[in-house]
Design a protein around this ligand. Sequence first.
Ligand code: AMP
Length: 460
Amino acid sequence: MSSDSFSSLPISAAQIANLDSMGYKKMTPVQAQSLPQIIRGKDLIAKAKTGSGKTAAFGVGLLNNINPRFFGVQALVLCPTRELADQVGKELRKLARFTPNIKLVLLCGGKPLGPQIGSLEHGAHIVVGTPGRIQDHLRKGTLKLDGLKTLVLDEADRMLDMGFSEVMTDIISQTPKTRQTLLFSATYPDSIEQMSRSIQRNPVRVTVESEHQSAVIEQLFYEVKKHERNNCLLALFEHYRPETTVVFCHTKKQCDEVAEFLRDHQIEALAIHGDLDQRDRDQVLVRFANNSCSVLVATDVAARGLDIKSLQAVINYELPRDPEVYVHRIGRTGRAGEKGIALSIFSASEEVRVNAISDYQKKPCICDVPESLDRDPGFSLQSPMVTIQLDAGRKNKVRPGDILGALTGDAGLSGSQIGKIDIFDMSSYVAVERTALRQALNYLAQGKVKGRTIRARKLR
Ligand code: AMP
């Protein structure tokens, strides 16, 4: 039994079998380093980012501590964004399958309070949510944390960046002092150290080096004059031809401008940043995740919590000042052993940032010039799928099977032409192959889903 086997842990055989059924054959480094300590009840501060397996690290730990017979909130996971909370909730639900009767409630902003209150009244063992909404429930008295055993702060650095410090302090003050506190953060600025000192007791420190990741990421830096940035960006697409890319920008305005510039040059791109309303944000995320958008232009904050499985390239339209932010950005490509490419554009005045990255990674940055790139004037980039929006959702009792059934049944599409289906409260989204779009829309214009006519249109 090796030390990175889940069976080396004092957890139930049912959970080990469940992990096995999820395809988790051995622990990732962050799990191997933190789980034994978490199970011993220690506080923990871990430097780990998305992709490291951190969710299962705290998930297996907190589940081991839950008593299903006690109907009170025993574990609370605070996340910076709704997307991350959704992701964490999904993973915890799978991890909890080994035992019946564990209830998990998601409490995020942007959703009506009523149903959340209803779910809490039925008794929840685990709450996952965003700080603002958790605080709302505490104020209303609809959530009580006096029986809490485990508190998890996920992406704590980002929660501080987003201005949640006071809200978090307020929430934590309403939990028992005897709780176990697990803090996960991609970076360790002073503010995180301070926070750890004020809320944790002798935490065990775990750092998972990102070496194994950066080894499979090819990193290249392109020096340009200030006015050549857009042209270089285009040259990078023409030369490397990545099918899925996130382009990182500093500001919201820059995101919009860069996305528009790419679209003007036959590269389908969408911008995502904090100014989008929730609905637009949902739509952009749905389209990127279901392969009907190949390029996302994002700010650091907006890109947090994206559930990106295989990103071929990350492009830094501008380099961040902080080398840790750079490493975090490029960690989104080259996941799961796949090769990724990280391309960065910089001007002479930003050379200090390149040097800081080189010092931080303890290896030289390979610099090149855009003139070395092979260009293709006829280049265009279109996603293989397109998204159809249907004006009916969870509230209308629409399920993925209904949409799949309608499209593969009467509409005559084959299952392989249909991609991801996402159901929201009032609307649903289905990805279909571009070539099948007409056929799908023609059917939906006349036919029925679940016996009803539902309005459908292509998202653009
Ligand atoms: P996370 O860092 O929590 O976002 O997890 C990254 C991905 O790794 C998720 O898709 C998990 O399902 C997966 N994962 C987590 N732990 C393991 C494991 N021990 N073996 C294989 N995959 C894992």
